[in-house]
Design a protein around this ligand. Sequence first.
Ligand SMILES: *[C@@H]1O[C@H](CO)[C@@H](O)[C@H](O)[C@H]1NC(C)=O
Ligand SMILES: *[C@@H]1O[C@H](CO)[C@@H](O)[C@H](O)[C@H]1NC(C)=O
Ligand SMILES: *[C@@H]1O[C@H](CO)[C@@H](O)[C@H](O)[C@H]1NC(C)=O
Length: 390
Amino acid sequence: MLALLQLLFVTGSLAAPLDKRSGQLMGTLGGKKKLTFDRNGNFKVVSFSDMHFGERWGDGTWASWGPSNDAATQNVHATVLDQEKPNYVVFNGDMMTGENVFADNATGYLDQCYKPTVDRNIPFSSTHGNHDNANNINHNEEIEYEQAHYGHLSYTRSDVGPKPYGNGNYWVPVYAKEGDWKPALIMWFFDSRSFVSGTGDGPGPVPDAANYYWVDEHTVPAYIQQQALLMDIIWGGVPPSLVFVHIPFQRSDDLYQLPTQGDHDDEPDPSTQGYLNNTYTGLDNPTFQQILKLSGSNNNVLAITSGHDHGESWCARSKASNGITLCFDGHSGYGGYVTTHSQVRNGRVFNLNLKDLQQRYPSVETWNSYENKTINDKVTLNNQYLAQYN
Ligand SMILES: *[C@@H]1O[C@H](CO)[C@@H](O)[C@H](O)[C@H]1NC(C)=O
Ligand SMILES: *[C@@H]1O[C@H](CO)[C@@H](O)[C@H](O)[C@H]1NC(C)=O
Ligand SMILES: *[C@@H]1O[C@H](CO)[C@@H](O)[C@H](O)[C@H]1NC(C)=O
């Protein structure tokens, strides 16, 4: 069985499901270039959230601030990319303000959003936000456009999840070196879906009563469990992991008060996953529980990072999150709302190093990288981070 799986894995011909429990290991199909750590054993990721391209007045007229905000957002990305020189970029949702864009050219805002990254030839992928599911655009349209136009650089997939509003669930492996067959790092990407349009005047893809929705509880937990089982069989375990999802898990409501570095200007409660009619339903918990299993007893999940709450840019963990670190990316766009004490735009950096990942308790350095050409809030995430609350 093991040899057979290895053979199938290596040849990439994982056709039919192998048995009820296994299915196929995703993430290595599609003939993409293998992502690898650099010669010094480093792999740096920048996560950009909440770009909100394509804004205009509510009455449908265009205003000069829309296009000028969009140019300023490109400038933020260019500045951070030149400062950090990352190996990978994540667009962690709300690429555009879908309520404002026109259906016939909405995807043009993806071109604008990805341009600084594409110009620098940096591989990337996306999660999708509540504003990417709106009147004139949905997650599936964005995924298909990205795959069709940026397939040489984009690793975005759609492995499971309800189409067209919640199917951006997938993972991407990163190898220590080209010849390896077991990855050193897995990046997981989940789709936290959305309300309809932010206007509450439906009809739309999800009930009007849903505030912010959650990762689909019917397909995603089973997917994580199945993929982890296959990783276990084939690789002898799940590699250290980073998780990206636009809307934060509800447990971040309980971490906001902790004394952590970064902006605390936009308390997540109740704009986190799982709220219906302003009441927490617990429906983001099935996915969270599977992530907890991935993390196991050695804090194998380094962090789950989110956007959505523009004035938040901290990382924290406590008993309330079962020791999993939840981070916020801050705000990288000139579109979208701005809070008083969080005006300087930024991306969140994860600086991964092979030696740090190979420890019994893996760790990663993370910080905020700002448009004013400074970095701040540098912390090391591992089982010792905020140990007093865990
Ligand atoms: C989409 O079309 C509108 C109306 O013609 C135009 O003002 C806007 O610039 C276009 N957006 C893009 C991204 O092409
Ligand atoms: C949410 O609230 C609205 C208005 O009070 C009500 O009509 C609707 O049934 C509620 N939906 C859910 C799922 O509780
Ligand atoms: C840049 O912005 C950050 C975040 O607001 C701030 O902490 C820092 O002091 C600023 N640095 C400069 C040189 O303006």
